[in-house]
Ligand binder design. Structure first.
Ligand SMILES: [Zn+2]
Ligand SMILES: [Zn+2]
Ligand SMILES: [Zn+2]
Length: 365
């Protein structure tokens, strides 16, 4: 997803010394002169105003501020020496930046009432115009950050909870093995006589039939007849591509670490195109001819092909019925014509039968 910049917003910070609210770009408190400490977070003003002045925008684009390694003073990101003590800032530490901060969707009030003297103040003001008290014109810093959700942390609990299910799982598995054993692996031997042999052959007759398919307009074969089309997303791109429609998420702020935040939106570009249903003529099965018999010479059914018809696939199946001394009936399906031809009525076989009555082995007596 492309991050689209909307502009820059100046943040607010509260002096821990005297509770005065300061514009983000101010590095020292306007009331008591203390340098903004590193652990004080920037707050989002209730009324965010996109900066229009190019000089301030350039300032916002500068990297995070640097804290002096000697005196802890906050300095601009492009400074080389501390403005307070003159120490080289190569030893300093840059302020953390890049935190994503959610933007409130609440409507911005016209004015804010001073909690100390009760007078109404413009919402872009930081201190009361009557008594000078700090105004609640910014959101507190900690609550409105968007946490980066670490993947894979979910489901840890679920794994522990599933421990109890493990035993149930093992029992089910054992029952499964037992069922397989009795159904397929445990076999009984008996003697049976062939009571019937039967073959069945089939041939498909193919004709031209109307088939329906869906595809992009420009991918439809020339012999296709378009039925109807709808606009659907054909391509998604992180960057603008010609003919695309831009779709953006909710705007949010990215802390620049210098008293400003960049207001951005994650956007994706979708190209819509005609996706159509069309019909075309293609070979399809229009009928199946069948022949059956009980003799040892299976043959294909006789077919007569009409105009625009052709033969499709052929197949043959064979079945042998057997009866044991106890009156149990069994079916056996030879896989080839040669195997089928080895069976004759009244032949006696030793057969091996599994738990569900299927012949797994047989031998002529
Ligand atoms: Zn102060
Ligand atoms: Zn310093
Ligand atoms: Zn006041």
């Amino acid at each position: 997803m492309a991050q689209k910049s909307i502009g820059y917003v100046q943040m607010v910070w509260t002096c821990p010394n005297c509770s005065t609210k300061n514009p983000g770009a101010r590095r020292t408190c306007k009331n008591c002169g203390a340098s903004m400490p590193k652990d004080v977070k920037f707050e989002v003003p209730i009324k965010e105003e996109l900066i229009q002045d190019q000089k301030t925008i350039d300032e916002a684009k500068t990297g995070p501020d640097i804290y002096c390694g000697y005196c802890g003073n906050r300095n601009p990101g492009n400074a080389t020496t501390c403005s307070n003590c003159g120490a080289a800032l190569a030893e300093g530490e840059a302020r953390e930046a890049g935190e994503k901060i959610a933007v409130s969707n609440e409507p911005v009030p016209e004015t804010i009432r001073c909690e100390v003297c009760g007078s109404e103040n413009p919402v872009n003001q930081l201190a009361c115009t009557s008594c000078g008290s700090p105004l609640k014109t910014s959101y507190g810093p900690p609550s409105n950050t968007i946490p980066e959700t670490p993947a894979g942390q979910k489901g840890k609990k679920g794994f522990l909870a599933s421990g109890g299910c493990l035993i149930a799982g093992i029992i089910l598995l054992l029952l499964g093995f037992a069922a397989i054993y009795f159904a397929f692996l445990k076999t009984d031997q008996t003697t049976a006589v062939v009571t019937n042999t039967e073959w069945k052959t089939q041939v498909e007759i193919l004709g031209l039939v109307n088939k329906s398919a869906r595809d992009w307009y420009d991918e439809i074969p020339s012999d296709g007849t378009i039925e109807d089309c709808t606009k659907e997303v054909r391509k998604k791109s992180d960057t603008y591509v010609s003919g695309s429609v831009e779709e953006c998420g909710e705007p949010y702020l990215v802390d620049r670490g210098n008293g400003f935040s960049e207001k951005v939106q994650d956007c994706i570009y979708k190209v819509y195109d005609d996706y159509c249903t069309y019909t075309y003529l293609d070979w399809g099965v229009i009928s199946v001819k069948t022949a059956t018999g009980k003799d040892s010479n299976p043959r294909m059914p006789v077919i007569n092909l009409g105009n625009n018809q052709k033969q499709g696939s052929e197949n043959a199946t064979y079945a042998v019925s057997l009866l044991d001394e106890k009156g149990n009936k069994y079916s056996y399906y030879p896989s080839t014509i040669d195997e089928y031809r080895t069976f004759s009525l009244e032949d006696v076989y030793h057969i091996e039968v599994n738990g569900i009555g299927n012949i797994v082995n047989l031998e002529k007596k």
